[in-house]
Design a protein around this ligand. Sequence first.
Ligand SMILES: *Cc1c(COP(=O)(O)O)cnc(C)c1O
Length: 234
Amino acid sequence: MAKIAANLRAVRERVDRAAGRSGRDHSAVELLVVTKTWPPEVIAEVLEAGHELLGENKLQEAWGKIPELPASARWHFIGHLQRNKARKALGLFEAIHSVDSLRLARHLDRVAGELGKRPRIYLQVNAAEEESKSGFAVGELREALPELLSLEKVELAGLMSIPPATEDPEVGRSSFRKLRELRDDLEEEFEVSLPGLSMGMSQDFEVAIEEGATIVRVGSSIFGPRGVAGSTDS
Ligand SMILES: *Cc1c(COP(=O)(O)O)cnc(C)c1O
């Protein structure tokens, strides 16, 4: 109990210091605590410590856990979302970090309209065009952006990425910087605001913040290592 609260406090302090180094106020960087694989009684410790912004990456798992936890929790979805699960997802999550195709965005927009919701969405970018990862290739994103910007029910929060896994946080730096530069280019080119950058995990969230992250997704630094079964990302 005390352990999770202490880890949470330590991570929040590291987030705040990194925000300071990047010349930003604490409030400019949100901490999304990634609760995947952890049961409700463990997640409850985070809520009891006063933190309410939580993330899950599998709909099936979230569907079982979220109703067990206080309604004060605010949930973001960070995993691969299938179109036929959009309705379920919008019932549980206020933001989707992992919108990886125009078809999914269109579908979310339609369902959000039907449900009377206004979810925030981040566009997942696969800048390195890694086979194993979903996300828009950069050219694809440019092509899709005019239509994405015309969607009325979803709010385009910004961009998200999952960089190649590595032990060296500095390796992530160039990919974080590229995502920020892409965002800056798109804002200028399309004369829009895409303020959010969802990037950085336990291994590299401080570097991500230094490079402009507005929300970092942190799990194992708070809860400890996940079991092998739960450690896969889509
Ligand atoms: C699991 C996960 C995280 C958190 O990873 P940690 O290394 O435990 O901090 C962040 N983002 C996504 C998309 C994830 O699936």
